[in-house]
Design a protein around this ligand. Structure first.
Ligand code: SME
Length: 160
């Protein structure tokens, strides 16, 4: 399988997510191994959107998230439930957009270059949260409702 996730620069963000989702659904259609899916999802999102850091933290037990597949600089490996943006999105079971990480109390800075962030919970088929998708940008205010809708659709597609 060779698949490319490059799109015309002229596309709006919403159009880019729509095009991405079409290609993404094709890519994942014959794969059901969780780690393989997460690894290729991180790579595809990185290629399509050029994110500074994109990856997954997965629940290890009721208290901890552990670093999963990602693309970008080396990152923190453990995040406690309720801590940082990732642990908060997990505890509150909702997508969190942080326009300026310096204004999010308790933000965990894996890289000082990261300025804004979005975290989307991952749910299995039964609605149980098994981790989060975390994306960081070097720009302030990089994420908006187009990202929320697009990325929630991506993780929903992954759940099957
Ligand atoms: N900033 C995150 C930690 C993970 S890194 O961004 C990759 C947080 O506050 O949970």
């Amino acid at each position: 399988m060779e698949q490319s996730f490059t799109y015309a620069p002229s596309l709006t963000k919403a159009e880019r997510y729509a095009a991405f989702l079409e290609d993404y659904r094709l890519m994942i259609s014959d794969e059901d191994d969780r780690i393989s899916l997460l690894a290729n999802t991180a790579a595809a999102l990185h290629e399509a959107f050029g994110f500074f850091w994109v990856g997954f933290y997965l629940t290890a037990d009721a208290e901890w998230l552990h670093l999963g597949p990602f693309q970008g600089p080396v990152a923190c490996t453990r995040i406690r439930r309720g801590r940082g943006v990732c642990g908060t999105a997990w505890a509150e079971e909702r997508t969190i957009i942080v326009p300026d990480v310096d204004r999010f109390p308790g933000h965990i800075a894996c890289s000082s270059a990261s300025r804004s962030e979005i975290v989307v919970p991952l749910r299995d088929r039964h609605g149980h949260i098994y981790g989060v998708l975390d994306i960081d940008s070097e720009r302030l205010y990089a994420f908006d409702d187009d990202d929320r809708c697009g990325l929630e659709a991506v993780v929903e597609a992954m759940a099957g």
